[in-house]
Design a protein around this ligand. Structure first.
Ligand SMILES: [Zn+2]
Ligand SMILES: [Zn+2]
Length: 105
């Protein structure tokens, strides 16, 4: 099962909606005025998929890396971006250090 954007195998099967929920929780603290826009951004990279989300069981096709990178770029604010990385490095969905590594490469 490969991601439709980067063609890498999806090793962390959490869909963009579940990730968006986590991001929304973070935005409530960090930048609540951006929440609606974040959900709109999430819609822009939705795609038909074959990977089953381990949380909500829906099918999806965008890996956590591509989705979080999309949101990371959309944030477009150095401070928020750093917070975003910190938040998702610790986290409940194991976005892992690889998020940081790839985003900066
Ligand atoms: Zn990808
Ligand atoms: Zn899900």
């Amino acid at each position: 099962m490969e991601c439709v954007l980067c063609d890498e195998p999806v090793t962390n099967p959490v869909c963009q909606d579940c990730l968006a929920q986590a991001i929304e929780q973070w935005l409530w603290e960090a930048a609540p005025h951006k929440i609606d826009e974040m959900h709109t951004e999430t819609e822009t990279i939705r795609a038909e998929g074959t990977v089953k989300c381990i949380r909500c069981k829906q099918l999806f096709s965008i890996c956590t890396y591509c989705y979080t990178k999309h949101i990371f770029n959309w944030l477009h604010d150095g401070e928020l971006q750093l917070e975003f990385l910190e938040f998702f490095n610790f986290d409940m969905y194991r976005l892992e250090p690889y998020t940081t590594r790839k985003v900066f490469s």
